[in-house]
Design a protein around this ligand. Sequence first.
Ligand code: FES
Length: 166
Amino acid sequence: MTENQTDNTRRAFFVKLSLGLSALSAFVAGIPVISALLAPLLEKTPEVWRKVADLDDFAIGAVKLVTFENADPEAWAGITASSAAWLRRESESTFTAFSVNCTHLGCPVRWEEGAQLFMCPCHGGVYYKDGTVASGPPPKALVQYRVRINKQQIQIQTAPVPITTL
Ligand code: FES
């Protein structure tokens, strides 16, 4: 083997080594990015039933603000681990629960008993009592939670906070 052939072989080896190390570095550096991108697809927030009131607390037709802990709060979440919903007793055995979050940009809506409307203070969104949009920028009706009665308790099936995504 000539000296020139030895140099070419050595050069080819270092080129391959360099490319291999570059690919390995890119793979290692990309793991956190790929993990962050896939996390929402892989981690599904559990849906958990939470007690929000006793059955005797509600007259038929009453609408009350109820609070509950989110399905899967982080240990550091503090007060942000809590959510709220507007709960209405429709009949002896049926309830409707609306998310307090406006479907426009997530501001908390309030219930106006006299007008029988949900009002959003941020940009004037208005919803009818069935949660459908009456006026303003909200693109869709208020999100509803599933509700059940279990042993004289009213329970809501929690879910991720329903804020509009772009
Ligand atoms: S956030 Fe409610 S109308 Fe904009």
